[in-house]
Design a protein around this ligand. Structure first.
Ligand code: ATP
Length: 314
């Protein structure tokens, strides 16, 4: 197989309410509403799809909100292989108000029963037969044990399927602590600090931690994205500093997910290490240049790819 599977365990319908002035304890009316299928893995899948690499999406969804998400994926031609459950998927509401303020109301989403958790793992195990690489992004719905991602990594390893894990907190820590490891993790500096249990001082400190801390030992790829400063990556025992040009940022939300999409595509295409990193920085940058989250203009890819530089630093 030669297909990427992008997992979102707790997808949402993201609702945006633009309101000039938000008033508390009274009625606010809104006319210009947008509702879109949301979730970090869905952002990954959209960008992979835009790069014309075979891709499918999975995770758990349900209820009428699940049907809406499913329909939106079908509308853009993205293959949907979610486990469907009776409980409702969630809405996530962002109220954009008062000159640039953003107030969010995020539902927790469904709580899965023990049987549904087993059902999901069986479902995932089946999907693994059709793919070469899996991306796992975001947080877990309630009900799942914290080591679900570790179990998914193990199931993938048994079928020789590569895994990119982009999570945080306990599920990331659990996901990299077992015998079978993901091929790649893409923590930001905050997540690195969580994993090593202390704040990092500077780039030199980050380099030191990547090469010497035991948590990163068994991981082939650790790609630390640094926003406008590009990225620092450990691949095997080599360190790479990736620098990017200055660009005009329109909306940076989802650039981490777009970076994961680029890493997945580069690795799935067996690109060289520097080219995988360049592909990932390019998709990250192109996402920040678009209004829509998890979206790039593929016609600009070659131009920006050429502007990224990768330097081995050890
Ligand atoms: P997210 O907010 O999506 O979780 P993250 O913290 O995981 O993001 P970032 O490091 O902010 O990820 O961004 C990922 C990549 O996107 C960067 O490595 C870079 O290529 C691109 N990018 C993000 N912000 C900017 C920016 N201001 N200018 C240029 N490129 C950017």
């Amino acid at each position: 197989p030669n297909k990427i599977l992008a997992i979102t365990m707790n997808p949402s319908v993201d609702i945006s309410y633009p309101i000039d002035h938000l008033q508390l304890d009274t009625v606010n009316r809104v006319s210009n509403v947008t509702k879109t299928a949301g979730g970090k893995g869905l952002n990954v899948a959209r960008v992979v799809y835009q790069l014309q690499e075979p891709v499918s999406t999975s995770g758990v969804l349900g209820g009428t909100i699940g049907t809406f998400i499913s329909q939106q994926l079908a509308d853009i031609g993205l293959q949907e292989q979610f486990l469907h459950i009776p409980q409702e998927s969630r809405n996530c509401i962002a109220i954009l108000h008062d000159d640039g303020q953003q107030t969010e109301v995020l539902e927790a989403g469904p709580t899965l029963t023990a049987d549904q958790q087993v059902e999901f793992m069986d479902h995932f195990d089946q999907l693994l037969n059709e793919v070469s690489l899996v991306t796992i992004s975001g947080s877990l719905p309630r009900g799942f044990a914290v080591d679900l991602y570790a179990d998914m990594v193990e199931a993938a390893a048994k079928k020789d399927v590569k895994v990119i894990l982009d999570s945080s907190g306990a599920s990331l820590a659990a996901g990299i602590s077992k015998e079978h490891k993901p091929l790649l993790i893409k923590p930001n500096q905050e997540e690195i600090a969580q994993l090593v249990g202390r704040k990092l001082n500077d780039l030199a400190d980050l380099q030191h931690v990547l090469l010497n801390e035991e948590v990163f030992g068994g991981l082939e790829w650790v790609v630390v994205s640094l926003g406008k400063d590009g990225a620092l990556a450990k691949v095997g025992q080599e360190l790479y500093r990736v620098t990017i040009p200055k660009i005009n940022v329109v909306n940076p939300v989802g650039s981490g997910d777009s970076t994961v999409a680029g890493l997945a595509v580069g690795i799935n295409r067996h690109e060289s290490v520097p080219d995988v990193l360049k592909t990932a920085m390019t998709t990250g940058m192109l996402n920040t240049m678009e209004k829509e989250t998890g979206h790039i203009d593929p016609t600009l890819f070659d131009e920006y790819f050429a502007k990224v530089s990768v330097e081995k630093i050890n």
